[in-house]
Design a protein around this ligand. Structure first.
Ligand SMILES: *Cc1c(COP(=O)(O)O)cnc(C)c1O
Length: 360
């Protein structure tokens, strides 16, 4: 039998959660971030980690049609999924630069590696002379990029090769008052002022720090996908989980592994279909909630691999599913319950969900 189309499938009763991804919402968030900077600042899009877990090809396709012409990925291989969605004039930059073994893919997919060290620079000019590249500078995060002294040593030579872009990355941009922001800004300026190079310093957090952080290009990621610190972001993902079974438990009965939750009143417990294998971390368990319409329902007991117990005693009806990401609870709320960040919630969303992409 043929599979029914995706839209039809989500209507029938499924045993896995329904993850709705609003591609139009991603485009709208990009437009909103684009409008936060001056007209001569180009707004790129970061689609690493499979578009923050939401499907890099679909995300890149939608963003291309919204006007994005500069994309960033973490590893060269990640560009394979998006290159075919984009025209040849679109730039794809690679944060990890030119790794040994990347030469062929950098050439074939016409990628722009952001060279992080003298070693990468040498490799690039030796294996792909004349091929475009950018430079990543370290201004204090100590993760990737050339340090000030290393840059000073190669700068004049690099300038003769005309790099496409010079970038650095802020360590604390989500904390506007953190002194590290100004410090990194000053170091970036001192390393690049007067060189007549195209520059980029800011991801989502840096865009919100204001125009002096924007330079020629900004590189938002999480804000596109509806996450903090872009508090004006529109919601992009919605996740509802089907209820497999509902049962009544008596005072004193327990729910789940380790018997960590015990009924203090007669309770109704729904077992919903998703667990830590689907990206709902066990650390969510003690604080977590799901929603039945506008009613909050607390998670009871430990999250299992494929299931979660939820207290629905307060409901006067039996829902078919409960919402865990949606109107009442966004990715950052869920992240807060798990002691993590929205980025990790998104990139952990599992492969078992029935994914529905909306583009209107
Ligand atoms: C991930 C990343 C970005 C995007 O960051 P967000 O906080 O998701 O906006 C930009 N630049 C670099 C170097 C990154 O690693």
């Amino acid at each position: 039998m043929l599979d029914p189309p995706l839209e039809a499938r989500s209507q029938v009763e499924m045993s896995t959660g329904n993850l709705t991804i609003n591609l139009k919402g991603i485009s709208n968030n990009w437009t909103a971030l684009d409008q936060l900077s001056a007209i001569n600042v180009e707004t790129a899009a970061v689609v690493k980690a499979d578009g923050y877990g939401l499907d890099a090809a679909r995300v890149a396709h939608a963003l291309y049609h919204a006007g994005v012409r500069q994309f960033f990925v973490a590893a060269a291989e990640e560009a394979a999924a998006i290159r075919m969605e984009l025209t040849d004039d679109v730039n794809i930059f690679v944060f990890s630069g030119h790794m040994r073994g990347d030469t062929e893919i950098i050439h074939d997919l016409n990628l722009i590696p952001l060279l992080n060290s003298f070693t990468q620079l040498t490799r690039h000019v030796e294996t792909l002379p004349g091929h475009p590249f950018g430079i990543q500078l370290d201004t204090g995060m100590n993760r990737l990029g050339m340090e000030p002294l290393e840059w000073e040593a190669v700068r004049e030579m690099v300038l003769t090769l005309k790099p496409e872009l010079v970038i650095s990355h802020l360590a604390c941009a989500d904390q506007p008052d953190h002194p590290m922001n100004k410090k990194q800004l000053k170091i970036f300026q001192s390393m690049t002022d007067g060189l007549n190079l195209k520059r980029s310093l800011s991801a989502t957090g840096g865009i919100l720090l204001g125009p002096e952080y924007h330079f020629d290009m900004t590189r938002p990621g999480i804000g596109l996908y509806g996450g903090a610190p872009f508090s004006d972001a529109g919601q992009v993902v919605q996740l509802s989980l089907p209820i497999i079974q509902i049962r009544d438990v008596e005072i004193g009965e327990t729910v789940g592994y380790g018997c960590t939750w015990q009924a203090e009143v007669p309770s109704r417990i729904a077992t919903v279909a998703a667990g830590y294998a689907d990206g709902l971390m066990r650390s969510i368990s003690p604080n977590g909630s799901l929603w039945a319409g506008d009613n909050i329902c607390k998670i009871v007991g430990r999250i299992s691999m494929d299931m979660v117990g939820v207290d629905i005693t307060n409901l006067d009806y039996e829902p078919n599913d409960l919402e865990i990401i949606g109107k009442h609870q966004n990715i950052d709320d869920l992240a807060g319950m798990a002691g993590t960040i929205g980025y990790e919630i998104l990139t952990s969303l599992g492969s078992r969900y029935n994914r529905l992409y909306v583009s209107k």
